[in-house]
Design a protein around this ligand. Structure first.
Ligand code: DHK
Length: 146
């Protein structure tokens, strides 16, 4: 059975491609999902991509990943900078976690420089655009290869 990698996306990422394209680019989340699925086929993994604007929903999905996902790629969006609850949820997950930010958060406002999720993440990718998701998938696949 192929390993499944869960790709979780936080608030406002449903508007990817429309929202501040000068910061987040013109690709939509559907484009990201298609690119992740194509790479998944190449790597021999399944990819489940989800997005929610609600913190509790993201936490429920992290709990669902326990014992089910080989790894988690997560762009927590604004919850990166605010959510101890997401950090606590990720701390219950046993596999690798890679944190992705489309923009280079360190080049932006000071409040974006701190990440609660980074206290758990095994790797962090920022400022590589939506390609960051593909880099993160490759990393999870290599970390979990048997
Ligand atoms: C996305 C967001 O929505 C912001 O709140 C983060 C992140 C950065 C990104 O670059 O993907 O600060």
């Amino acid at each position: 059975m192929p390993r499944t990698i869960h790709v979780l996306n936080g608030p406002n990422l449903n508007l990817l491609g429309q929202r501040q394209p000068e910061v987040y680019g013109r690709e939509t989340l559907a484009d990201v999902e298609a690119a992740c699925a194509a790479l998944g086929r190449e790597l021999g993994v399944e990819v489940l991509l989800r997005q929610s604007n609600h913190e509790g929903q993201l936490i429920d999905w992290i709990h669902e990943a326990r014992g089910a996902a080989a790894g988690i790629v997560i762009n927590p969006a604004a919850f990166t900078h605010t959510s101890v609850a997401l950090l606590d949820a990720l701390n219950t997950f046993e596999g690798p976690v890679i944190e992705v930010h489309i923009s280079n958060v360190h080049k932006r406002e000071a409040f974006r420089h701190h990440s609660y999720v980074s206290l758990r993440a095994d790797g962090v990718i920022a400022g590589c655009g939506t390609e960051g998701y593909l880099l993160a998938l490759r990393r999870v696949a290599s970390l979990t290869r048997g």
